[in-house]
Design a protein around this ligand. Structure first.
Ligand SMILES: [Ca+2]
Length: 482
């Protein structure tokens, strides 16, 4: 029996309109860009108070979006902070509580992000997103840990810090270049980022751009070297700022600006030569200078312009925030510590966290709740405090590629405050009254100490024994009594 032509036409029409609808939905999905600087201090940007560094593009980004002034990372160094950003979980859950290092000791190989972890890249890729990681990965450098095995379609970058050897530039899973010229890294990463946006302008994309800079050794390209008038560190910051400008220029040119949510932040506080804007400590310490980072969020039409948000939140929240905006449910088979930040960014909502925690090595260190911060464990305010002026940062890459070795910052350029009460365990600070963590007020506030310690103890029960007891020597077997 012949099917009447009118019915065939109607079926075609319905199918076509469904196709159009699917295409429209795919196009309507927002794009996500996370720009993640390495060791960029809370005070390293002009819009966060740096007196010399100029960051016009980031200033504009902040003016057109939200600048967050109480944004924390859970660990004051690289790898754990990155795994938290991509999983929304504390290091004692995702398991990367150390820095994998190909030239290091016990974390030289066989360590990295577990297959069982669910990464932002994996979720977005499964939902039709084009994904790329450009820059420092640091979640393992054996093939099973490569970004391309964890949800990224493509990768360009150094798999670990730019001071670890060998400094290979990897494309996909192959070595593209060795040794890499570090001075060109920011430019090369930016060029690839712009190219990726162009390639994927007609489909939703996730661009994860964890820059190498300003992690030491610092290096800037010819166009920026000695141009900022604020030293090599200033040159490096100016080039990062240029990079951000190139990305926004591309989004605007391709008419993607209003459909793209862009986040700019850092993985931890600064090393020598950086700036904490009056916070105490530095990278690798649990003082605010180590844990608080600059954060700017911009999405025209969604995030109101010109906001300064002082709500307690952190990098742990990026995973659930982005997934919510992508319309992708959170995994339900595991604890996700982060919370959706969109109400904070758009409606000035209160913090979604009763408390935020920090870790150093295999220990929980601090707990933050409201204005209060309890240092349960003791952390120094400065590392390598007694080095002389002729000290050279040993954190160089392969000798053949080090740029400007004598211009790297020295320990006589501490990034944060070194003053204040002598560090010790169980110190309490009110960060509203005392943002520089100068005066321990534990004795005056025993109830606050008790409340925060209880929160700490509760979280401590969730840290697996394998992590908590990592450094303990195995107990000797009791002698047989026969
Ligand atoms: Ca870092």
């Amino acid at each position: 029996m012949a099917i009447p032509r009118i019915i065939v036409c109607l079926v075609c029409l319905i199918l076509c309109s469904q196709q159009t609808l699917i295409a429209a939905e795919t196009k309507a999905k927002p794009n996500f860009i996370v720009i993640f600087a390495d060791d960029l201090g809370y005070g390293d940007l002009e819009c966060f108070g740096h007196p010399k560094f100029k960051t016009p593009n980031l200033n504009r980004m902040a003016a057109e979006g939200a600048r967050l002034t109480q944004f924390n990372v859970p660990v004051p160094y690289c790898a754990p902070s990155r795994a938290t950003l991509l999983t929304g979980r504390y290091p004692w859950r995702h398991g990367v509580w150390f820095n994998p290092a190909p030239d290091g000791g016990r974390f030289r190989s066989g360590v990295g992000i577990a297959d069982s972890e669910v990464l932002l890249s994996e979720k977005l890729k499964q939902n039709g997103y084009a994904t790329i990681c450009i820059g420092k990965w640091h979640l393992g450098h054996d093939p099973q840990y490569y970004p391309t095995r964890h949800g990224f379609d493509d990768y360009l970058g150094i798999l670990y810090s730019n001071d670890m050897r060998p400094v290979n530039l990897i494309k996909g899973e192959e070595i593209l270049e060795y040794p890499v010229i570090q001075a060109n890294l920011t430019k090369r990463y930016t060029d690839r980022a712009v190219e990726f946006i162009r390639e994927n302008q007609k489909r939703p994309f996730f661009l994860y751009l964890p820059h190498a800079m300003p992690h030491k050794p610092l290096a800037a390209s010819e166009a920026f070297y000695k141009k900022s008038g604020a030293g090599l560190y200033g040159d490096v910051i100016a080039e990062l700022d240029w990079s951000v400008g190139e990305i926004f220029k591309t989004l605007k040119e391709l008419d993607l600006d209003e459909n793209t949510f862009v986040i700019f932040t850092s993985d931890n506080g600064p090393w020598f030569g950086g700036h904490t804007a009056g916070l105490s400590g530095m990278k690798s310490t649990s003082w605010e200078g180590g844990l608080r980072v600059p954060m700017i969020a911009r999405w025209p039409g969604k995030i109101p312009k010109g906001q300064v948000i002082d709500t307690n939140c952190g990098s742990i929240d990026i995973f659930p925030t982005i997934l919510k905006q992508a319309g992708i449910p959170l995994p339900t088979d595991r604890v996700i510590d982060g919370k959706d930040l969109f109400p904070v960014l758009t409606e000035q909502a209160k913090t979604p966290h009763e408390a935020l925690y920090s870790m150093k090595g295999n220990f929980l260190f601090t707990v933050r709740s409201g204005p209060w911060k309890l240092h349960v464990k003791q952390s120094p305010r400065q590392l390598l405090a007694n080095q002389g002026k002729d000290w050279i940062d040993p954190r160089g890459p392969d000798g053949v590629t080090i740029i400007a070795p004598y211009e790297q910052a020295m320990p006589d350029q501490p990034p944060g405050l070194l003053t204040g009460d002598q560090p010790g365990p169980m110190m309490l600070f009110n960060l509203e009254d005392d943002p520089g963590e100068q005066h321990n007020v534990a004795k005056q506030n025993p109830q606050v100490v008790a409340r925060l310690k209880k929160l700490y103890d509760q979280m401590q029960t969730q840290v697996p024994d394998s992590i908590r007891n990592f450094n303990q020597k195995p107990k000797k077997k009791a002698a047989s009594s026969r």
